[in-house]
Design a protein around this ligand. Structure first.
Ligand code: CAA
Length: 387
């Protein structure tokens, strides 16, 4: 049986800051942000967009009534969840109109939980070939104003439908993984912001990539030449390139050229959004599929990294006709409709927060063009609207 991604789309907030402006205001050379880090724009989420609304907006791009009849599992991957107890998937289940005969769960493992969801969904479909799984991966990355991590913030969500009728990508069974208990990036319950050992996190990303790539070669006898493209978790777009470069010497010249060219295509959307944690690998996958010219049946390798840490390398094949099932116009429209804001405007939004003392807040959703918005908080409960 074939199992894989039938549909895939993403959503990002309607506001962004240009990295040239951010660099100037942080007394940095814009080259550091745009070339050294590899980011051009950073998505900014106002209070009316939280991980749930972003996820619901992404899911509404792909879920049809026909899908609603078959989806019996909603998985919500996030590391910026809104509740310690209630699963964010339950809100999405309602906002997207999924039938009641469904499981809805939230998964956490830093940026790895999107991949954990995909592998669990594969198992679910293997046991229930007539059903479909809706996966949403959604995060708002916040390190704080004037911090080294600030340039790697971002916000957005990816939605995927996994089924036994994969129209985009068929998942293969080849997969290698590793767990290592380290403190490279974490966010204690009491903290609004992530704690990060930046240089160490870069080293660990590369170490775990080399580990799973080594395991993959040993287990399968595969080589780089087998791949049309490699896709990476992108905390910032230079990171995947640093990892890729560590193994490129294993390839012949034409493979090297192909992998580098396709790597660039996989980073185009992330350059304009920033880190979306659990959704980041899948945003780079959509960018690759929509911007590169890849052969049908071509093999892709995907590297997922979640701090703390877990790394996984897995492979997939492009389904013949996959281009017809992508949504480049929807995504183009989304990017073109965004509004650029100044650094002071971004800073003003950044310091706003929802009440933490149980008081009521009504938000002005008229200003927010997105279909699903957070309209406020009342009696400790988030109020969502579908416009
Ligand atoms: N022109 C071009 N390039 C320039 C430049 C200029 N004028 N000035 C500096 N650069 C280059 C530097 O040479 C450097 O390049 P290399 O990394 O290739 O050597 C790059 O710009 C960055 O410069 P610094 O290393 O000095 O940057 P920094 O110390 O300010 O911080 C960072 C960079 C560590 C990534 C920081 O942004 C950070 O902590 N980010 C958050 C953590 C993170 O994203 N870690 C990634 C791995 S962990 C993970 O993947 C999980 C996750 O999602 C968080």
């Amino acid at each position: 049986m074939k199992i894989g991604i039938e549909k895939i789309s993403f959503h990002v907030p309607h506001l962004y800051v240009d990295m040239h402006d951010l660099a100037i205001s942080r007394n940095e050379d814009p080259g550091k942000y745009k070339i050294g880090i590899g980011q051009d724009e950073m998505a900014v989420a106002p209070l009316t967009q939280d991980p749930v609304s972003l996820a619901a907006n992404a899911a509404l791009n792909i879920v049809t009534d026909e899908d609603r009849e078959k989806i019996d599992f909603v998985m919500f991957a996030t590391e910026t969840g809104i509740d310690q107890s209630k699963a964010a998937a339950v809100y999405v289940h309602r906002l997207v109109g999924i039938k009641k005969e469904a499981r809805s769960i939230e998964l956490k493992h830093a940026c790895y939980s999107g991949t954990a969801s995909l592998q669990l969904a594969k198992g679910h479909i293997a046991l229930n070939p007539d059903s479909k799984v809706l996966i949403v991966a959604s995060d708002i990355a916040r390190y704080g104003l004037n911090t080294p991590g600030e340039v790697t913030q971002g916000a957005g969500a990816v939605a995927m439908i996994v089924s036994s009728d994969p129209k985009v990508l068929e998942l293969e069974d080849e997969s290698t993984f590793v767990t290592k208990d380290i403190m490279d990036f974490w966010r204690p319950n009491y903290s609004e912001y992530a704690y990060v050992d930046g240089k160490f996190s870069n080293e660990m990303y590369i170490e775990l990539f080399n580990d799973v790539w080594g395991q993959y070669k040993e287990k399968t006898g595969g080589t780089l030449d087998d791949f049309k493209a490699l896709c990476f978790h992108l905390p910032y777009t230079k990171m995947g390139l640093k990892a890729l470069r560590t193994i490129l010497d294993e390839a012949d010249e034409s493979t090297k050229e192909r992998l580098l060219e396709n790597y660039t295509k996989s980073t185009l959307y992330s350059r304009r959004v920033g880190n979306v944690y659990s959704a980041s690998l899948y945003l780079s996958l959509v960018s690759l599929l929509e911007n590169a010219d890849l052969e049908e049946n071509g093999k892709l390798g995907l590297f997922s990294y979640g701090s703390g840490a877990v790394g996984e390398f897995f492979t997939a094949r492009l389904v013949p006709g996959y281009k017809k099932h992508l949504l480049p116009e929807t995504h183009d429209k989304l990017f073109n409709a965004r509004k650029q804001i100044s650094v002071p405007e971004y800073e003003a939004i950044f310091v706003q927060s929802l009440p933490k003392d149980g008081s009521t807040l009504e938000l002005d959703v008229e200003e927010d063009p997105n279909k699903v918005c957070l309209a406020g908080i009342k009696e400790h409960q988030r109020q969502y609207v579908i416009k």
